[in-house]
Design a protein around this ligand. Structure first.
Ligand code: HEC
Ligand code: HEC
Length: 228
């Protein structure tokens, strides 16, 4: 995500830029505000309180990924999709692979892995957060990268500098890299854009009016993949 990241994310990103193989415990940065609050809350309660996703989502909504319905995951029956649901919904809603490009995912996954290890080790595992092992981590990375956002090659689309192109540009890179229109067919784009509009509403991003939305869909369809 290019926009809307909190300062703590930037700081942590730098700390874990070394990626997946880095020894995690040693490099764990400051927990984010939401985690600190959850840890503090958890300590005051009796018994093992699992991470409370709703609580976290409420406190850190702006920094957390908007959720996707598991039914919308690509390759829903693959082990990657299963591991994503097993590990990545422990603290927030289910993140879709399209949120990042293949080159961005290693760093984001490395940061999330660090968080899981950090939370998993806390108070002898009382937070109840599990972390993937190395094999599972590699399956997750492969899955996320295989279905990652494909960024547009702007040079190949001179009409990005027309009104519909500009509307597409400003609207569709509020949360992830500007998508390559060729990753969907003309038939597929309207429902993808409809799902994106739900994300925009959920995240309080600028959601264009009907006319502009239709222009964006037209733009995408004009450049879309040939019928599959
Ligand atoms: C231990 C809790 C925890 C778990 C488990 C977790 N996350 Fe996160 N996630 C966070 C927190 C906290 C943030 C907001 C701060 C940040 O971005 O680091 C976040 C934010 C995100 C974001 C939005 C920020 C960005 O850089 O795009 C994505 C995407 C994400 N997580 C993906 C994942 C994936 C994929 C997994 C499973 C491999 C996962 N998360 C598991 C705690 C967690
Ligand atoms: C408010 C944030 C947000 C905005 C703005 C946004 N997206 Fe997304 N996008 C997401 C999220 C979250 C995902 C991953 C979950 C999913 O696939 O629904 C995603 C995934 C995608 C994917 C990969 C998944 C798939 O079905 O292929 C494509 C393509 C995409 N977005 C296109 C667009 C287009 C086109 C626009 C502009 C009309 C747009 N996005 C605007 C949040 C956003």
């Amino acid at each position: 995500m290019q926009i809307g990241k909190g300062a703590s994310i930037l700081a942590l990103g730098a700390a874990v830029a070394t990626g997946l193989a880095a020894p995690i415990a040693a490099s764990a940065g400051e927990p984010a505000a939401g985690e600190r609050a959850i840890v503090a809350g958890g300590m005051g309660m009796m018994g093992g309180m699992g991470m409370h996703r709703n609580m976290m989502q409420g406190m850190m909504g702006g920094a957390l990924p908007p959720g996707i319905d598991p039914a919308h995951l690509p390759e829903p029956d693959s082990s990657g999709a299963h591991l994503l649901q097993q590990f990545c919904m422990q603290c927030h809603n289910l993140p879709g692979p399209g949120l990042h490009t293949a080159s961005e995912w290693p760093q984001v996954l490395g940061r999330m892995n660090m968080r899981m290890r950090m939370m998993g080790g806390m108070m002898g595992g009382m937070m109840g957060v599990a972390a993937p092992d190395q094999v599972q981590l590699e399956i997750l990375l492969g899955y996320l990268q295989r279905h990652a956002q494909k960024p547009i090659d702007a040079a190949a689309y001179p009409d990005l500098d027309t009104p519909p192109g500009r509307a597409f540009g400003t609207t569709c890179m509020q949360c992830h890299a500007l998508p390559d229109p060729r990753q969907h067919t003309a038939q597929e784009w309207p429902s993808v854009v409809a799902r994106m509009r739900d994300h925009m509403t959920a995240m309080g991003k600028i959601n264009p009016d009907e006319t502009t939305t239709n222009e964006i869909v037209d733009f995408l369809q004009r450049h879309s993949a040939a019928q599959k």
